[in-house]
Design a protein around this ligand. Structure first.
Ligand SMILES: Cc1cc2nc3c(=O)[nH]c(=O)nc-3n(C[C@H](O)[C@H](O)[C@H](O)COP(=O)(O)OP(=O)(O)OC[C@H]3O[C@@H](n4cnc5c(N)ncnc54)[C@H](O)[C@@H]3O)c2cc1C
Length: 388
């Protein structure tokens, strides 16, 4: 077995790396993907679009480069390591709605939406979760009632990341209240959400003080029937397609590697007794992050072999998100009082990224399926244990 990228991928890595070094501010580290500076992220995506790098793995007919899974992994690693910002174009556009439309969308929908994703023009958000429906998403209550050529939507969504920046939303709504819960749901695309009558986006501020996600309220919001993806009442299966695009988590592991490199550089400069006290704990975290890396490569390898990852992706997600919390927990303790200084303070160690990184690591075990849900998946699909 040979475990390394080929020459082609390494050449691409060099190209991507020098692009990122040139176009991202020095010291930029990964935080929560969405930067507060939307205009910067938007301009950055426009530069990626010029190179066909918004969705390199997509077929060329949709604006991609038909890059291989391994090339895609190189992009993910370098973007993660360098903290490449996003607006919702790559995460929700390329990562979720794009592949879903490629499989389930009409020709008209593909022609209309896919090129605007690869050009970086459309910014998408995901309207799935509701106040009472997160892990049990199929219990969602937002109603859409057919009225001529439109659906009329009433209800609300919550935790809508980037909803205040987005111009498009994909959402799951209940179109048949009498059917069993998975069978009465439809998948809709909402255009121009900033100017849609009856649709209101209200901010939610996260515990790091960022406006990352939102509540979204629908009051008699009209959406053309032509914006439904797939059959009426069969939207659950469309909506789950995008969850099949399981993440390898390679970008996050690379971001964590960068954080560990920062901590290692800091410890190297420390007093001998400090080094003696902390070295083995830091080494443990580095070992664990390497494990996360290879678990992620395994997902890539499964995809490259033409198979769909299943519980393997839950293993990575759980291990990596919990490791991110361990790294930050260890980091704040290691850095001590100085570790609480924020970037505005010149004496802050490691650019003052730690307090915020610590807070932003907390929700990583909730979103994209909580650790408990991932463990249920591993128990059932990986270990063959019955549902409890
Ligand atoms: C930062 C962030 C960004 C997000 N962005 C979006 C977004 O853009 N769009 C969107 O639609 N949603 C988004 N979400 C919502 C996210 O998908 C939900 O928070 C998640 O699915 C959990 O749902 P919940 O918050 O309703 O918690 P609940 O489902 O109510 O869970 C509460 C607790 O109970 C546990 N639990 C629930 N069911 C089980 C079970 N069967 N077995 C064992 N334990 C269980 C959970 O693990 C959790 O600890 C985001 C969330 C966060 C934190």
């Amino acid at each position: 077995m040979e475990l390394r990228f080929g020459e082609k991928e390494e050449a691409l890595r060099g190209e991507v790396r020098s692009f990122l070094t040139e176009h991202l501010p020095q010291g930029q580290g990964a935080t929560d993907g969405f930067v507060d500076d939307f205009d910067f992220a938007n301009a950055f995506n426009a530069k990626l679009a010029e190179r066909g790098w918004i969705a390199p793995a997509w077929p060329t007919q949709y604006g991609g480069l038909a890059a291989s899974i391994y090339e895609q992994m190189v992009f993910a690693e370098e973007f993660g390591y360098h903290g490449a910002p996003d607006t919702g174009t790559r995460g929700f556009g390329v990562g979720m709605i794009g592949p879903t439309l490629i499989i389930h969308g009409s020709d008209e929908q593909k022609a209309r939406y896919l090129p605007k994703i690869t050009s970086g023009e459309h910014v998408w958000c995901q309207g799935y979760s509701e106040p009472g429906s997160g892990s049990d998403l199929a219990s969602l209550q937002t109603r859409a009632v057919r009225d001529g050529d439109d659906y009329v939507i009433n209800g609300s969504k919550i935790w809508t990341s980037g909803g205040h920046h987005a111009d498009h939303m994909f959402t799951l709504v209940r179109t048949d209240a009498d059917a069993p819960k998975h069978k009465g749901i439809s998948f809709l695309l909402i255009d121009d959400i900033k100017n849609t009558p009856g649709l209101e986006v209200r901010p939610l501020i996260n515990m790091a003080g960022h406006h990352h996600f939102n509540e979204v309220f629908f009051e008699d919001v009209r959406v053309p029937v032509a914006n439904r993806v797939g059959e009426e009442h069969r939207g659950w299966y469309v909506g789950m397609t995008l969850l099949d695009y399981e993440r390898s988590g390679i970008g996050t592991t690379a971001a964590q590697r960068r954080i560990l490199e920062g901590l290692t550089a800091d410890l190297r400069e420390g007093a001998p007794e400090q080094r003696a006290r902390h070295r083995t704990a830091l080494a443990d975290l580095v070992i664990a992050n390497n494990v996360a890396k290879y678990l992620g490569y395994r997902i890539g390898h499964i995809q490259a072999s033409g198979q769909v990852p299943n519980y393997e992706a839950s293993v990575v997600k759980t291990f990596q998100s919990e490791l991110g919390q361990r790294i930050h927990n260890w980091g704040v303790n290691y850095l001590g009082l100085g570790g609480q200084l924020t970037p505005s303070e010149p004496r802050a160690p490691l650019d003052g990224d730690f307090p915020e990184g610590y807070l932003l690591a907390v929700p990583s075990t909730i979103y994209s399926g909580s650790s408990e849900i991932q463990r249920n998946i591993i128990a059932q699909r990986g270990l063959g244990l019955p549902r409890s």
